[in-house]
Design a protein around this ligand. Structure first.
Ligand SMILES: Cc1cc2nc3c(=O)[nH]c(=O)nc-3n(C[C@H](O)[C@H](O)[C@H](O)COP(=O)(O)O)c2cc1C
Length: 482
């Protein structure tokens, strides 16, 4: 039987919202009122990441648009999105969006590609973002912009159809990308993995030359460097112990530091993982795809091997200590993957077309993310951390965000889907202490359903620009036929 959960807009007051959290057993702090900068909001206070001063505690997460040109250069849609990142008023811009370091590592033919030929386009993105920020905020002071570098690994599809390159066989995910259990050809050899190190270095050098303040060596969401962290069963130097599983990440970080000593380094990390979920029979809520022979679960990182529907942070803490020791100045904490546990990675009321009806109140997913980040912060108080998964909080996003920052649960609050529908949210909060309710993301997941069907991402329900595109009509048809 499909469970229904009360929507956030039904919770009319802070008291009602708190009651709902209590019913769910979630101990999230919630401020009574939204504070503006003038009210001394914790979100308005500056922060520090290594040598960089960050003007406030709002961060814009990387948000890919599946709208690059086939060459991997940005399109006008990409530029528009980056202008929105700049105009948000957030002072920490994490990556803009994923940029592949090699053509074979693109997740779609519409993913950005960082290479010499695209240098001008990448520079343009940064310039447009900064100009929009300057226009909105009157100053570039405290603005910190990074670039996210990636290899999509298992989820590579550079020509549009899956061309997975994997770290190891996965008993459930191989079938999802068309790999037969006996076919070892998609497994990246040790040599191929090692060969990626110079590609990351070249990309980081280009980012530094273009003027980015930091690069993110992306290790989240099921992509290559994240998948490697769970390569318990891979033989050789890149598998087995955590030391082996994190070897490539360390080699990349160390090589980039050597080549670009001035460049600040960040890592976006899936701090926890879950066993893959899928819809139950007859479109029932998502269920973990657990079979007895998969226990103990040996295919993840930050997941309890005996109860793989639960995070287990022992190795996560160890890796965070190492990242700090290797010179990483900031970590953006995410969890899971949009491909196999979207309810945990981006809690939503309405699932994307390749997802499943929520198996839990999406607030539980938000609570999981915030609690995992709290525990990481407690373990490493000196390492600046960015939190994820706040968009589903909707009206109460600022109430929770300012409370968790004040209480030291997290240093920066990141916005993902919310920035597509309502880019100026941080600015509105900081300057007026109020939200424009009509622009709040209601987690319809069109921004994911679109790209899963070959369309660009964007907020089709609320952004007038996307609403008017012919693609909006196509998306409606696709949704109604599903
Ligand atoms: C359309 C879309 C594009 C995304 N692109 C990226 C990306 O390029 N890199 C990345 O690390 N995460 C990406 N994410 C994940 C978001 O950064 C964020 O972690 C997720 O949406 C949860 O945060 P939220 O609750 O604020 O939306 C994307 C998410 C969506 C919905």
């Amino acid at each position: 039987m499909l469970r229904r959960f009360p929507s956030i807009s039904q919770l009319k007051t802070v008291a009602a919202f708190r009651r709902r959290l209590q019913e769910l057993g979630l101990a999230l702090p919630v401020d009574e009122q939204i504070l503006s900068g003038q009210d001394d909001s914790p979100l308005a206070r500056p922060g520090r990441i290594g040598p960089l001063e960050v003007g406030n505690r709002w961060c814009i997460h990387p948000m890919e648009g599946w709208d690059a040109q086939l060459s991997g250069a940005p399109s006008p849609l990409t530029v528009r999105r980056w202008r929105h990142f700049g105009t948000s008023g957030a002072k920490l811009i994490w990556g803009g969006e994923a940029m592949a370091v090699v053509p074979q590592g693109r997740s779609s033919p519409r993913e950005l590609l960082i290479c010499e030929e695209n240098r001008r386009g990448i520079k343009l993105l940064l310039e447009e973002l900064k100009e929009a920020h300057l226009r909105r905020c009157g100053s570039l002071q405290g603005l910190v912009v990074g670039l996210q570098l990636t290899h999509s690994g298992r989820f590579s599809a550079p020509e549009g159809t899956p061309r997975p390159r994997i770290a190891w066989h996965h008993p459930l995910l191989d079938a999802k990308v068309g790999i037969a259990p006996t076919d070892d050809s998609p497994i990246l050899s040790d040599q191929e993995l090692q060969g990626l190190v110079p590609r990351y270095v070249e990309a980081a050098q280009l980012a530094a030359e273009v003027g980015f303040d930091f690069v993110d060596i992306k290790a989240c969401h099921g992509y290559l460097l994240h998948e490697l962290l769970g390569a318990h069963l891979r033989p050789g130097p890149y598998g087995g112990s955590l030391e082996g599983r994190s070897r490539l990440l360390r080699q990349i970080i160390q090589a980039v530091r050597q080549a670009c000593p001035e460049l600040v380094l960040g890592v976006r990390l899936s701090a926890f993982d879950l066993v893959p979920f899928a819809a139950g029979e007859r479109e029932q809520e998502g269920r973990p795809q657990l079979r007895p022979e998969l226990l103990p679960y040996r295919w993840g990182f930050g997941v309890d091997p005996h109860q793989p529907t639960r995070p287990h942070l022992h190795e996560t803490f160890q890796l965070l200590h190492w990242l700090r020791d290797w010179g990483v100045a900031v970590v953006n904490l995410s969890g899971g993957s949009p491909y196999y546990c979207p309810h945990a990675q981006r809690p939503a009321q309405f699932p994307p077309c390749d997802g499943y009806p929520p198996p839990e109140d999406p607030l539980v997913g938000v609570g999981r993310m915030i609690e995992v980040a709290r525990q990481c912060k407690e373990e490493l108080p000196q390492l600046p951390l960015v939190g994820t998964g706040y968009s589903y909080l909707q009206e109460y996003l600022p109430h929770v965000a300012q409370a968790v920052v004040r209480q030291g649960w997290i240093d920066y609050v990141g916005l993902g889907r919310m920035v597509l529908s309502y880019p100026e949210l941080p600015w509105d909060v900081l300057t007026t202490g109020r939200l424009n309710r009509r622009r709040i993301c209601r987690t319809f997941s069109d921004c994911t359903t679109g790209p899963r069907n070959g369309l660009p991402s964007g907020c089709y329900p609320l952004d007038a620009f996307y609403k008017r595109l012919p693609e909006a009509v196509r998306l409606r048809k696709i949704k109604s036929s599903q």
